[in-house]
Design a protein around this ligand. Structure first.
Ligand code: 13P
Length: 269
């Protein structure tokens, strides 16, 4: 039997971490946890997620309708986005949304995180696509996220922020940290003349390690359709749309840039 009060305290702790690490400003960000098929705990709208106590936390059903909320508190304005992830990914137990500075800068610039630059990011995330822009609180964001939800555990939200989900609250939060660290390193290495990318063979070895560890969640190592067909996998082909057709225009642009820079390097120009 789940101890709801404990989970509420954990949500407050993660809210503090997100706030203290500068992953949100003001009242931004939201967190939810699935406690049964039709009960979810979520952060309230319009409060700083760094200063919550358990009484702030609301309970909603699978439609996002309030089951319990203390006076003065209403569920997150982005509850539809959380609920869509739970609906389409029954393995997910927690969803975290934040606006971490570097990841959000990539989301604003329209650049998905596709370059394989460090083992941890390749193993934990693979690559991180961008779900197309939607107006906050409407169904536009859930619809945009839905395109990627079967293939990834982390998505950038165009001109907005990042969304991560996993089989526990801590794991969903950790993915947010990984996304931001990856984005930060990618940004900094680009300032230093451009990252020296891991080779295709190195990426494949990391994907193999991930498979051997039996890591949960969705990841291009398992799901990239190109990989299944024995073609180069996501990191190499840029097919971050998860459809094998390079559906993400940003990813396609990145792919072209990657190939061009590889060709230039090969030719020694
Ligand atoms: P809420 O406070 O309503 O959860 O909204 C914060 C936010 O970041 C919206 O994108």
């Amino acid at each position: 039997m789940v101890n709801e009060f404990e989970i509420k305290k954990q949500i407050c702790d993660i809210g503090k971490r997100i706030y203290n690490r500068g992953m949100v400003a003001n009242n931004d960000g939201n967190i939810s946890v699935k406690i049964s098929d039709n009960e979810f705990l979520c952060t309230p709208t319009g409060v700083s997620k760094g200063f919550m106590t358990p009484e702030y936390i609301c309970k909603v059903d699978a439609e996002g309708k309030v089951i319990q909320a203390n006076p003065g508190f209403k569920p997150s304005s982005e509850i539809k986005m959380h609920m869509r992830v739970y609906k389409e990914r029954p393995d997910v137990k927690s969803v975290v949304h934040a606006h971490p500075m570097y990841a959000t800068a990539f989301a604003i610039a329209g650049i998905p995180l596709t370059q394989p630059i460090m083992p941890e990011a390749v193993i934990a995330l693979g690559c991180v696509p961008i779900a197309k822009y939607g107006t906050p609180s409407t169904n536009e964001i859930p619809d945009a996220v839905s395109e990627y939800v079967q293939y990834f555990d982390a998505v950038l939200l165009e001109n907005h922020g990042a969304l991560t989900f996993s089989d526990s609250l801590l794991a969903a939060y950790n993915k947010m940290e990984s996304v931001e660290f990856y984005a930060q390193l990618l940004y900094l290495s680009r300032q230093l003349g451009g990252p020296k990318e891991l080779s295709d063979a190195q990426v494949q070895r990391l994907y193999e390690i991930r498979r051997q560890f039996g890591m949960t969640g969705k990841h291009p190592a398992n799901l990239c359709p190109n990989n299944k067909e024995g073609k180069p996998s996501c990191h190499n082909c840029g097919s971050c749309g998860g459809k094998g057709d390079c559906a993400t225009s940003g990813a396609t642009e990145d792919l072209i840039k990657n190939i061009t820079s590889k060709v230039i390097k090969e030719l020694g120009l």
